[in-house]
Design a protein around this ligand. Structure first.
Ligand code: NAD
Length: 372
């Protein structure tokens, strides 16, 4: 009995210890005061009801500040299933031909674009022109030029553009960033980012240059690029890169299987990164300074994110990334909150400029200067 009571106490207390975890609907056997949220709620329509959208929608059920209220899909049967699951009214459901009519729908605040990479540009601009804020999945676009057009369209429409950089809200990641800013690692010298997985189905859009815009670099290597920037805390000024391909049948021209790249930073720090579709279980960040280090393994997967520094294990709360992301993005859009690491279009544009430069460096074999 005692151990059961201890368990219940720990369970309820740990629920309260985790910021932004869902409280409504949880049993509260000890009648502890429940924190209720009474602020504004971000009303979200998801565009593209695929596998990542499914994960985001599930996670949003636990969000206190964001709620799924609308759907945009080309597949009527998916709309029906999602409508039933999430209680979405018919008037908030659209397809790719008529979603511009969302401009006349006052019950939707933001469109979250979760479609193949090549579609992001037009769909984000379409949602912005309909007067809605936009969250777009990574990579924001295929090129920096596309990214600039999307930023300009959102500015013109006076709507916010955010990109789904869920790691920017992950507690252990933020702890390493805090320690780096606090100079606990000393002068940063080196970052290593290893990011990869093996995509299964050879017919999926990720392996189609037209829809993916490239290969592993666009999809998973972007985590190493973005991670290098937030871990080192500077913007890179040059890049070198080499590509290797072991399976030219699966990875057609324009679809990179493996790229190794280096980024140089103004302080003299260097990042060494590997982006690949050729290995599973590759998800590691390592940051080294002249006074200490941080190692994260896994570093960008869905979690739990684990790691250690020269001072010991990282022990921040384990969260569902997409739940925290949606809560925080609601704060950014509705209340003008400033995240610790930006998640806006300009932030994503820097990654796109680096991606452009990496592909150029692969092509020319030369060190390429970067101006972010
Ligand atoms: P997916 O293939 O599972 O889903 C894509 C959805 O887009 C499908 O529902 C599909 O029907 C729809 N779609 C609309 N037009 C399409 C077209 N012309 N061709 C193909 N599909 C079309 O893919 P996903 O894994 O959900 O990825 C979607 C986006 O989310 C990508 O940009 C990806 O990089 C991003 N993503 C982000 C994360 C993250 O952790 N932030 C994780 C996975 C995927």
């Amino acid at each position: 009995m005692d151990s059961r009571r201890n368990f219940l106490q720990k369970f309820v207390l740990s629920a309260f210890a985790l910021p932004l975890m869902p409280l409504s609907g949880w049993a509260n056997p000890l009648k502890l005061p429940i924190q209720t949220y009474e602020g504004p709620v971000l009303r979200v329509a998801i565009m593209g009801l695929g596998s990542y959208a499914t994960r985001v929608a599930e996670a949003m059920q636990s969000s206190t500040k964001a709620k799924l209220v609308g759907l945009i899909s080309g597949t009527p049967s998916k709309i029906k299933t999602w409508q039933a699951k999430y209680g979405i009214p018919e008037k908030n459901c659209y397809n790719y031909e008529n979603y511009h009519n969302i401009k006349d729908n006052p019950d939707i605040d933001v469109v979250y674009v979760i479609t193949p990479n090549a579609l992001h540009h037009d769909q984000v601009i379409g949602a912005a022109k309909a007067g809605k804020h936009v969250i777009c999945e990574k990579p924001m676009a295929l090129t920096a030029k596309e990214g600039q057009e999307m930023i300009a369209a959102c500015k013109q429409a006076k709507v916010k553009l955010l990109v789904g950089y869920r790691m920017h809200f992950e507690p252990n990641t933020l702890e390493v960033i805090r320690m780096r800013k606090n100079e606990e690692f000393g002068k940063i010298k080196f970052f290593q980012g290893l990011c990869g997985f093996k995509p299964g189905d050879p017919n999926q859009w990720r392996l189609n240059k037209e829809l993916a815009g490239g290969g592993a670099l666009m999809d998973i290597g972007i985590y190493a690029i973005n991670g290098a920037r937030y871990m080192v805390g500077e913007e890179p000024v040059w890049v070198t890169a080499q590509e290797t391909k072991t399976d030219p049948v699966k990875f057609k021209p324009g679809v990179d299987e493996t790229i190794q790249f280096h980024l140089g930073f103004p302080s003299g720090a260097v990042a060494s990164c590997l982006s690949t579709y050729g290995m599973n279980n590759l998800d590691r960040f390592f940051l080294n300074g002249d006074k200490g280090f941080a190692e994260m393994l896994p570093s960008t997967g869905y979690g739990p994110i684990k790691g250690r520094t020269h001072l010991g294990e990282l022990t921040q709360p384990i969260v569902t990334h997409q739940t925290v992301q949606m809560d925080e993005m609601a704060g950014i859009i509705l209340e003008g909150k400033q995240p610790i690491v930006p998640v806006n279009g300009e932030e994503a544009l820097k990654d796109l400029k680096i991606i452009d430069a990496i592909y150029l460096a692969v092509k020319t074999g030369k060190k390429t200067d970067l101006k972010l």
